[in-house]
Ligand binder design. Structure first.
Ligand SMILES: [Zn+2]
Length: 324
């Protein structure tokens, strides 16, 4: 199969996944409404409310009245949602019982992220590579897993090989033990081309192959999620909270994302802090040294990233391995 054939097949698979998600959501709604009839009534009211409000908003000539009608609709809508949440919790159900659930919350199983031009989500890329790898059309290109670690490619001089072999072992132990790892977090540092991204991808591959839930994201895409969250014009946008919630988050190339006032540092801190509070695992690869991390992100973020009690740090040194 060619790459574009794989892409098409994968897009169909994603469409089936979305249909399955919808079915699953509808089944949960039906079950919940049968068990708690008041929720069914409230949902109906919410639908009617939206329809009636639309009509009356359109019928109003006066701008002030239009705004007031829209406001009232919003207020009642929020009241209904709060009551539904209360009923769900009261019944011992999760708050999001009636909401859609996705295999990948970053792209909501569309396979795409970002605004035009949209790009493939990391989950899509990973599946695509796996398909190509499995049918042999990409042999030699996608070998970002522990099995394909070839120590002979690494120069022996200055202990570079021994150091990377040790790092690989640490990462593999981490991936095999997940979620019961010796250290909760991992920090991979060192200059470019020393194998950080490779190790990060290996951990991702192993953990997901073992059935763990993980998101691997470049710092640049992470920043996009933060920016979108900050702009906040999409109420359904869950990309950033997905990064907070995923059991294992792997951030590649931290330090290459744009620095935007009120966004980069603030959201990074929120992300790391909330993940730490919930004891979720985070792996970060960066070219930045500890000093540079402090300079770029400040003390609060640095203390989260460099917390020696919870984070194992791996420093890689030596010659650039790319092209060797
Ligand atoms: Zn995705």
């Amino acid at each position: 199969m060619t790459r574009s054939e794989h892409i098409r097949a994968l897009q169909e698979e994603y469409a089936r996944q979305r249909a399955a998600n919808e079915e699953d959501q509808e089944a949960r709604i039906a079950r919940t409404c049968a068990a708690i009839p008041e929720i069914g009534r409230l949902r109906q009211e919410s639908t009617d409310l939206a329809l009636n409000a639309m009509r009356s908003i359109l019928a109003q000539q006066d701008e002030g009245q239009r705004v007031a009608a829209a406001k009232e609709m919003k207020r009642r809508g929020q009241e209904i949602n709060a009551r539904i949440r209360q009923l769900l919790i009261g019944a011992g159900l999760p708050e999001d019982e009636l909401k859609p659930r996705y295999r990948c919350a970053v792209c909501r199983d569309t396979g795409y992220v970002g605004e035009a031009p949209a790009r493939f989500c990391d989950c899509f890329e990973a599946r695509l590579r796996l398909r190509q790898y499995e049918d042999g059309s990409m042999a030699g290109v996608d070998e970002q897993n522990f099995e394909h670690f070839d120590a002979n490619r690494i120069p022996e001089a200055d202990g570079q090989r021994a150091q990377l072999v040790k790092a690989r072992q640490l990462c593999e132990d981490y991936a095999n033990a997940f979620p019961n790892t010796a250290f909760r977090d991992l920090l991979l540092t060192g200059a470019g081309g020393l194998g950080k991204t490779f190790l990060l991808n290996c951990i991702f591959e192993r953990v997901t192959r073992r059935g763990g839930s993980a998101v691997r994201i470049t710092a640049f895409r992470m920043f996009e999620a933060m920016r979108q969250q900050h702009v906040g014009n999409d109420d359904n946008y869950e990309g950033f909270s997905a990064l907070i919630d995923v059991p294992l988050l792997l951030i590649d190339d931290l330090g290459t994302e744009p620095m935007m006032r009120n966004i980069t540092v603030e959201y990074l801190f929120t992300l790391l802090n909330e993940r730490a509070a919930a004891r979720r695992h985070t792996v970060v690869a960066t070219n930045l040294s500890p000093v540079q991390i402090k300079e770029r992100y400040g003390e609060r973020v640095a203390s989260r990233l460099l917390d020696r009690t919870r984070c194992a740090a791996i420093l890689l040194k030596g010659k650039d391995l790319r092209g060797l």
